[in-house]
Ligand binder design. Structure first.
Ligand code: HEC
Length: 163
């Protein structure tokens, strides 16, 4: 009697452990293990580079000061609660973000942070590191583009000027 009790207890534990593992692995396994390291995430190379969201291509010209000024205002209102230019805050410093990410990645992060956090390996890593979620600020594509211009200007001027 006692023995069966212990045995069924073990069985339950075993099942729990099994289901826990199964859940954790699902995300990475749906590709059938065919394509190795590059996209264990299940994303295409393009999605890795450009992020996931509405922006698939951005054409950059010389820095547009008027657009950057508009972006600076938006940045102040919508982003500085969590980001500084030159140091870690709630989120990563953004003064040099245009040097480490593509323009498309940056705009998709602004416009579609939920999916980026869920699916993009780089952002998942940041999420684990910063332990805070980036908020969707419901900006338009034009507004996100203006912020990108501002961040380009900051980077061009050394990465950490102003607020
Ligand atoms: C509620 C806090 C919060 C707000 C508001 C916020 N972010 Fe973030 N952001 C984060 C966090 C935290 C991360 C790191 C990824 C994560 O944990 O989601 C991040 C990541 C990013 C990244 C990726 C950085 C990298 O190194 O790749 C960019 C770009 C970014 N944010 C831009 C912005 C912009 C632009 C705004 C304003 C429109 C903004 N964020 C508003 C918290 C925030």
């Amino acid at each position: 009697m006692k023995k069966t009790f212990i045995l069924s207890g073990l069985l339950v534990l075993g099942l729990l452990a099994l289901s826990a593992c199964g859940g954790g692995e699902q995300a990475g396994e749906n590709q059938g293990g065919q394509k190795a390291a590059a996209d264990a995430s299940g994303l295409t190379q393009e999605q890795i580079e450009k992020g996931i969201g509405p922006i698939t291509s951005v054409t950059l010209g010389p820095i547009d000061d008027a657009l950057a000024a508009k972006g600076a205002e938006l940045f102040e209102v919508k982003c500085t609660a969590c980001h500084k230019l030159d140091k870690r805050y709630i989120g990563p410093p953004l003064g040099e973000v245009t040097a480490r990410r593509t323009p498309e990645f940056i705009m998709n992060m602004i416009l579609n942070p939920e999916e980026m956090m869920q699916k993009h390996p780089v952002v998942k890593e940041l999420l684990a590191q910063y332990m805070a979620q980036m908020a969707n600020q419901s900006l338009t594509e034009e507004e996100a583009r203006a912020i990108l211009e501002y961040l380009r200007k900051v980077e061009a001027e050394g990465g950490s000027s102003q607020p």
